[in-house]
Design a protein around this ligand. Structure first.
Ligand code: SF4
Length: 59
């Protein structure tokens, strides 16, 4: 949807390409868990899934 909530919530993890579409900058963002969970909560279309290192879904 390209709303950009994820980029504002976790700018070290989510970026955007030249067309404005979201890109994943870091698929294993150590130390960014709270920011990534916030991004998942803010996403209006629930497009972000978050898993811990054991593969358990956190969001
Ligand atoms: S992933 Fe969700 S929060 Fe990020 S731009 Fe797309 S719709 Fe918006």
């Amino acid at each position: 949807m390209a709303s950009g909530h994820c980029i504002r919530s976790a700018p070290r993890v989510f970026g955007s390409d030249h067309d404005g579409w979201v890109t994943l900058l870091d698929a294993d963002p150590t130390g960014q868990t709270e920011q990534v969970l916030k991004a998942a909560r803010m996403c209006p279309v629930a497009a972000i899934d978050v898993f811990d290192g054991d593969g358990c879904q956190l969001s």
